[in-house]
Design a protein around this ligand. Structure first.
Ligand SMILES: NC(=O)C1=CN([C@@H]2O[C@H](COP(=O)(O)OP(=O)(O)OC[C@H]3O[C@@H](n4cnc5c(N)ncnc54)[C@H](O)[C@@H]3O)[C@@H](O)[C@H]2O)C=CC1
Ligand SMILES: NCC(=O)COP(=O)(O)O
Length: 351
């Protein structure tokens, strides 16, 4: 958009499930002046103003429209592109009638990024179940939604703790700071093994390796890959996916020049000796990788979707309905996600 180009990247922040903690986390960061200055939130302005009043947060909601000039974000001001709720939101109480509202905030963000009105999108948490109940049975998460909205065939979910987000951390040993990517994302465990195919593993490793180089500036990423089964299959006695799929695929990728190790037993891969020198761990499924990541750094990590034509980051937590409307949720992960988005957007612009 000529004439509206920001010195700093514009970040669009979807405020997520309106009954969850997303709206109040955005408001909290506005109060403390921790929103990067080009940030604009997407959500219902009345809901945001009401949540601020309820929590006693002194925030002025400044409404604008995509493509129009924005007031600079500054302490006490939350710039908002409006999307309107279908029904009033009650903190902690899910309402499927607002599922379309949540998806609409994502559509506005994607459109803005693809049109160049924003340089990155950051997502506060949504509730997958209520979106499904609200008439979208195919919905499984932001990651897959963005893959489809951007019309790419594969994306990769990578979570990283705060320090590991910066590739040049001297002496990073992996003992407490991690980057973890997933081969499969939001699938019932029963379906995971069938989803691990040579083709998918190949595509995921390629996207991960490219993302580590291009987005994190790691020249020759070293990737360690978990096995699927206990003890990486125990030579085929505890499952054969390692022998039939994972090992041959990794060997082929190694022959193509990738610095890739495994499959390694997942229970010992996440120990300092095995993580030394490793830039990212590739886990086969959601809880195999994310349980460890969250143990290492819950609340100070961010989620990045690799393989999209736009920059997208997110928090490391969910909607925390038990905390919504109480003002007790910690905004630290949202701050990490916003700062990471600004860094990645800046790099993309330069690169
Ligand atoms: N990026 C996203 O949109 C994500 C969405 N979700 C969704 O969130 C919903 C709830 O998921 P759960 O598994 O219950 O995870 P959750 O992260 O919402 O809650 C797990 C526990 O962590 C606490 N917690 C979460 N965020 C916190 C914060 N910022 N400060 C302090 N404590 C916090 C909660 O109070 C709860 O005790 C699900 O529908 C899930 O799919 C989960 C993860 C990411
Ligand atoms: N646990 C991470 C997670 O579920 C993130 O999901 P999403 O970003 O794809 O919505």
């Amino acid at each position: 958009m000529p004439g509206l180009e920001h010195a700093r990247p514009r970040l669009v922040l979807t405020t997520g499930e309106p009954a969850g903690i997303g709206p109040e986390l955005a408001l909290m960061l506005a109060v403390t002046g921790d929103l990067p200055s080009g940030t604009v939130a997407i959500g219902d302005p009345e809901m945001l103003a009401a949540r601020a009043r309820q929590l006693g947060l002194q925030v002025r909601i400044s409404v604008s429209q995509p493509g129009k000039a924005l007031p600079e974000s500054r302490t006490g001001v939350l710039a908002v592109w409006p999307v309107f709720l279908d029904e009033p939101a009650i903190p902690g109480v899910l309402n499927p009638a607002n599922a379309d509202y949540v998806l609409q905030t994502l559509n506005v963000a994607v459109k803005a990024c693809l049109a160049g009105h924003a340089q990155a999108m950051v997502t506060a948490p949504l509730h997958k179940g209520v979106i499904i109940e609200g008439g979208h049975p195919e919905f499984t998460g932001h990651t897959e939604f963005l893959r489809d909205a951007c019309q790419v065939s594969e994306v990769v979910m990578l979570l990283a703790t705060d320090r590991a987000l910066h590739s040049q951390v001297p002496g990073w040993q992996g003992a407490g700071d991690l980057r973890v990517a997933l081969v499969t994302t939001h699938l019932p465990l029963r379906e995971v093994a069938d989803a691990i195919t040579v083709e998918r593993l190949r595509r995921v490793v390629r996207i991960l390796e490219t993302g580590l180089r291009q987005q994190f500036g790691i020249l020759a990423p070293r990737i360690a890959v978990c096995g699927l089964n206990p003890h990486a299959g125990e030579d085929g006695h505890l499952g054969n996916e390692e022998q039939t799929i994972i090992t041959p695929t990794l060997s082929a990728l190694r022959a193509e020049g990738l610095d890739i190790h495994g499959p390694l037993p997942a229970d010992t891969l996440f120990t300092p000796r095995h993580l030394a020198g490793v830039d990212a761990v590739l886990a086969m499924y959601h809880d195999q990788g994310l349980a460890v990541l969250k143990y290492a750094g819950f609340g100070r990590a961010a989620n990045i979707t690799l393989g999209l034509p736009l920059v997208r980051t997110s928090v490391d937590h969910g909607t925390a309905l038990d905390l919504a409307g109480l003002g007790q949720a910690d905004p630290a992960s949202l701050k990490v996600a916003l700062n990471l988005a600004a860094t990645l957007a800046g790099r993309k612009r330069l690169g």
